[in-house]
Ligand binder design. Sequence first.
Ligand code: 5AD
Ligand code: SF4
Length: 353
Amino acid sequence: MNPDEMLEWLGEKDPKKLQGLFKAARACAVAHVGPKVYFRGLIEFSNVCAKNCCYCGIRSGNARVLRYSMPAGEILDCAREAFEMGYGSVVLQAGERQGEDYCRLIEDIIPGIKALSGGKLGITLSLGEQSFATYERWFRAGAHRYLLRIETSNPGLYRSLHPEDHFFEARRNCLRSLKKAGYQTGTGVMIGLPGQTNEDLVNDILFFEREDIDMIGMGPYIPHEETPLAASGQKGNDLTDNLRLGLVMIALTRLRLKDVNITAATALQALDPAGYEQGICAGANIIMPNITPVKYREQYQLYRGKPCLDEDALKCSGCLDRRIRSTGAEIGYREWGDSRHFASRSKVPARPV
Ligand code: 5AD
Ligand code: SF4
């Protein structure tokens, strides 16, 4: 899959041809990362954020959002629920915050999650840009994966989507720090952003390759009316087209990078009631079911139309089990399902539990 071919596929709209691409990508996933899909329970434990990204509903400048931070005990209860449902891992996600107190809070929660699961729950963090020292402390505390989307690999486009004090290079350096600190490192982009071209999307995949990334999570951009990007009236692609592009991007990334983990993003599900299934059938192998307590979900809307705002974790789990099995994939309950790419780049075998 070379860049010209990728560009051609991004312009392809014939459903029959696209089905052929998706089938090849799913076969490639089965061959390189195995037939299983792994669940990572997503805990959105705080919507407090110091940043002000122009596309995001919980940006610090949005005064309409009621800010919350779950108490540590509640975070641990969520992790316990994930463990009891057979999920192999949890993802701790929040808006971005810095400072010693915050760093220590996370440093304390990580061993708490390890303890309640007898060391069995894998822990992924998604807590934004931090110093190398902070990344190291959290790694030493027991987290072993980290997600930090680059959002777009085009520095000019990045600039247009962020306030002046948010820097593309700083974010890219964070990805390098994460790898140096020892994490399985994940990144990704939004698809269908205003001003984004198909060439940009091809370059995004080449960026993942160049930075030797282990895990990819990317999804369609979905406007949120309380943001400057949506209010500016600049249009991205139409939303059905974003769904198509999101699936094609998964397939192309799978065919190019082969042994990375790829998430079927929630934003796919927001655009189509069978978004997760379609993501799996296009080459993804990870799902991040939302296990945040329902009472907080209304206040964690990065984009509008987030699915399952009132579905509790248990209900969600049963429903997802059926849906993912309907694609023919198996589910790797109680397994970490670590990135095989990480295992081969670090020559350390992925640790199955
Ligand atoms: N549409 C889609 N994805 C979004 N994110 C933030 N705002 C939006 C939006 N309007 C994504 C970003 C961020 C991740 C947590 O959510 O890529 O990294
Ligand atoms: Fe904060 Fe992340 Fe939203 Fe940016 S995208 S405003 S860092 S929560």
